[in-house]
Design a protein around this ligand. Structure first.
Ligand SMILES: [Zn+2]
Length: 240
């Protein structure tokens, strides 16, 4: 039996019958996921190390593609909030570049996406990071790099963190994730076989979420030393 028509489904249906505006610049009638100049802007960004200020304890070494602004911000919002799933391909390709920059040029990888809460996944027509991590791993494999995705975590219901202080965000984030015990052995086996675990997320702001996820994994015996994100908010983070 089909589920309810979500906002994302509706948006995706509309995209089939109406020419969609470019999500990067709102140029009307883009025929592809992004218009030419926006696709070029996304392609030209270079992954760099980023460090939130203050840096939360336990945050893995974090690499981001670009600031959360302009084309990248527009594309991420359209992908997450308006169900423009065609953007998963180009965003996943660039996430693969960030993963490679964070983890080094060779070796097996296992990507661990930050999970969405069940409520967020419903509101956004699916777990957007799960889909993006799959696209990034596929892009890495096309380039000849062994890469898998593991889902050892689930997100617990939590209050909206908008407007919280850094300390409050850390406290909320620390209780926001739990292990899916049945999925841990696959991740442990991959790491034992030499795969490097890499956390992946869309946007880093305070780093509280990534630090919390890393802490849960470390307590389970898996140490993600690097994290790859698409965007870093300018207000909170500095490029290094
Ligand atoms: Zn555009």
């Amino acid at each position: 039996m089909p589920g309810p028509v979500t906002q994302g489904t509706w948006s995706a249906l509309l995209d089939l019958v109406l020419p969609a505006d470019c999500p990067g610049c709102a140029e009307p009638g883009a025929t592809r996921a992004l218009c030419g100049p926006c696709a070029a802007a996304l392609a030209s960004a270079t992954p760099r190390r980023v460090r939130p200020e203050p840096e939360p304890p336990g945050l893995p070494r974090c690499v981001a593609l670009a600031a959360y602004a302009g084309t990248l911000r527009g594309a991420l919002l359209a992908y997450k909030e308006r169900g423009r799933h065609g953007l998963a391909g180009p965003l996943g390709e660039r996430l693969a570049d960030v993963v490679a920059a964070a983890a080094g040029p060779s070796g097996r990888l296992v990507l661990v996406p930050v999970p969405a809460t069940a409520a967020a996944a419903r509101g956004r027509y699916g777990d957007h990071m799960r889909r993006l991590a799959g696209q990034a791993a596929a892009a890495l494999r096309r380039r000849g790099r062994p890469a898998a995705v593991a889902h050892p975590l689930r997100a617990l219901p939590r209050p909206d963190s908008a407007g919280l202080s850094s300390a409050d965000r850390l406290r909320v984030a620390a209780g926001a994730f739990a292990l899916s015990a049945g999925r841990l052995p696959a991740l442990r086996a991959a790491v034992a076989a030499g795969a490097r675990p890499v956390l992946v997320d869309d946007v880093v702001t305070t780093g509280a979420t990534l630090a919390a996820v890393a802490g849960v994994l470390r307590a389970a015996g898996v140490d993600p030393q690097v994290a790859a994100v698409l965007a870093a908010t300018r207000r909170r983070a500095s490029w290094v």
